[in-house]
Design a protein around this ligand. Structure first.
Ligand code: PMP
Length: 444
């Protein structure tokens, strides 16, 4: 193994931050110094339209004066967090607000700091809840094979293979995967006679193979984000709900990437479960909860699940928490963000701007370098023929003043929900231009 040679960089020019997702691209990394609306600015004074904001789920855009003021006001008024013996007005109000946005059975919220922590808490809750009900054998968690649920050890065990980093193991036992609801031949760009998206029949076979009596929960993203913007066809999530009910399994919706408007509904599960009058049993949220302004995550559970823990004498509650989870300042930021999302009608805005972007980008499917263009609301994926092509296009648009993130071969177009019609048009034009400029043989 050759160690990375750092001797050539002068000590002042060294970036001493360990960036574990891409340690060797330091030369290309921008240093951002300010932000406003849908734009960020680097230390050379260059401004960029930020279409990667979905990574933070930065719904209301950057440096929104009302959110900045709410943070300032709360930090100067009361600096504390939410632990067993104390609570604060913003944390209590936020828990009420979240309950008000969700269907009735989802009522009680546990706060933490990151999406990964929310995953960990949700999985603990699911397993312990079965135990409370005398089913200690139900410990397995099933998740989509291409899902992403975080970077902590339990979360990676539930996450897609490329993120599992087996060298960091042993990973905990008790995880199994469900086929991702996408067509294998569409995904590989092959010709086919019809889509072959896995659904209820395949999932039930996988549940039966794993042994339903061993399964605690199914954990899924309503729209897969990091795994490549995969939108399950209508009805798929509802059929998963039915399967969970049939086999006594809890359904956990990971709304870390999709929650609070990103897909054109307040929550991603609403596209499918809502109209059928169904809901998940537990939902996890983070990122969009504060629009990216502060670290905060939430696990919201059915009333009866909370009640079972609250009165369980043996376990004495969940015994779980994080020092800064539910920090008053983060909760104040979240309340300000939710006010803006509702007042400025950003959820329907995400739906219409998303349609505009999808229509503008759809013709790129004709290009040999592009496998697919898909998405829901302002979570859009342009799947290129290779990772290298995606990375090249991301670099090319950056030079033209637009930031887009590539997850593997998929360019993820996910701007703040406040993006204007003109900004969306400009962003789509720059991306289309960069793709059309690829040499004609690319991707064949
Ligand atoms: N779940 C989903 C769907 C995510 O997109 C992410 C983050 N990309 C996480 C969980 C983990 O969140 P965090 O990075 O805050 O730990």
């Amino acid at each position: 193994m050759t160690a990375l040679d750092l001797s050539s960089a002068s000590s002042g020019a060294r970036d001493r931050i360990w960036h574990p997702w891409s340690p060797i691209q330091q030369a290309q990394r921008l240093t951002l110094t300010s932000s406003r609306g849908c734009y960020v600015r680097d230390d050379d004074g260059r401004s960029y339209l930020d279409l990667r904001a979905g990574t933070l789920n930065a719904t209301v855009g950057y440096s929104h004066p009302a959110v900045v003021e709410a943070i300032r006001d709360q930090a100067s008024r009361l600096m504390t967090w939410d632990l067993a013996e104390v609570s604060t007005p913003p944390a209590r109000e936020l828990a009420d607000r979240i309950a008000g946005l969700l269907p009735e059975p989802l009522e009680y919220t546990l706060f933490c700091n990151s999406g990964s922590e929310a995953t960990e808490a949700a999985l603990k809750i699911a397993r312990m809840w079965h135990r409370i009900h005398g089913r200690p054998g139900r410990t397995v968690v099933m998740s989509f094979a291409d899902g992403y649920h975080g970077a902590t050890t339990a979360a990676i065990a539930a996450t897609a293979a490329p993120f599992r980093r087996d060298g960091a193991g042993p990973l905990p036992a008790g995880y199994a995967h469900l086929a991702t609801p996408r067509c294998p031949s569409c995904a590989s760009g092959e010709e086919h006679d019809g889509c072959m998206v896995p659904g209820a029949a395949e999932w039930e076979a996988q549940i039966l193979a794993a042994g339903p009596e061993t399964i605690a929960a199914v954990l899924v993203e309503p729209v897969l984000s990091v795994g490549g913007v995969i939108v399950p066809p209508p009805g798929e999530l509802a059929s998963l709900r039915t399967l969970c009910d049939r086999h006594g399994i809890l359904l956990i919706a990971d709304e870390v990437a999709t929650g609070f408007g990103r897909t054109g509904r307040m929550f991603g599960f609403e596209h499918d479960l809502g109209p059928a009058g169904m809901a998940p049993d537990i939902i996890t949220t983070a990122k969009g909860l504060t629009g990216g302004y502060a670290p905060l995550a939430a696990v919201t559970v059915r009333t009866d699940i909370y009640a079972d823990f609250a009165c369980d004498p043996l376990l004495g509650g969940l015994r779980h928490g994080h020092t800064t989870g539910g920090h008053a300042t983060a909760c104040a930021a979240a309340l300000a963000v939710l006010d803006i999302v509702e007042h400025d009608k950003l959820v329907p805005a995400a739906a219409s701007r998303g349609t505009q972007l999808l229509e503008a980008l759809a013709p790129l499917k004709q290009r040999p370098s592009v496998r697919d263009v898909r998405g829901l609301g302002l979570l859009i994926g342009v799947e290129m023929a290779s990772m290298e092509l995606a990375a090249g296009v991301a670099q090319a648009v950056q030079e033209k003043g637009v930031l887009i993130r590539a997850f593997g071969p998929v360019l993820t177009v996910a701007p703040p929900l406040i993006i204007s019609e003109q900004e969306a048009e400009d962003g789509a034009r720059t991306l289309a231009h960069a793709i059309r400029a690829l040499p004609s043989g690319e991707g064949r």
